[in-house]
Ligand binder design. Sequence first.
Ligand code: ADP
Length: 183
Amino acid sequence: MLKQADRERGAVLWFTGLSGSGKTTIAHQVEEQLLDAGVPVEILDGDVVRENLSKGLGFSEEDRNTNIRRIAFVAHLLQRNGVFVITAAISPYKAIRDEARDMIKDFVEIYADAPLEVCEGRDVKGLYAKARAGEIKGFTGIDDPYEAPENPEVTCKTDSESVEESAQKVIDKLIEMKFLTEA
Ligand code: ADP
């Protein structure tokens, strides 16, 4: 049986990766396991945040950074009150992810790693096709950079692992980092 190691201390599970790399899918699988363990969880999904907290922001570097700073700020507020917060936004720039890490500290960076061809082949939301057709400008991986993390706590190779395997890696890391214990 899993349980939260310290009720006063949550964690931020910061997913990063290309669109279609599997962030949201793994996030929901991890959420389910944490809820089963009685751990308070909130997901800050990139698409949902952009419809609400960051509505009106675009995809310039400045707007992307503002979006990420907002996510980091809210994640930190919840985390310091014992919540496990899962963020699932592309968060393509290393510097701003590192800024979030420095602020939050109880920070677990999870790289959803799949080659661009695989993500584009999945094209879950049809966005790559639009980006290739020039209907979306500044799309990460096509005409805007993605800076892969150098030392993420977890790397999920979503082109070769199952969703369950990827989620289990995250849970195992939370145990190793003593955010969770096995009773
Ligand atoms: P993102 O949130 O990164 O944009 P999604 O989670 O929405 O990506 O989409 C990822 C797609 O890849 C889903 O259709 C999912 O079923 C598929 N997939 C295949 N293998 C995996 C895996 N190991 N982990 C996560 N997703 C996977």
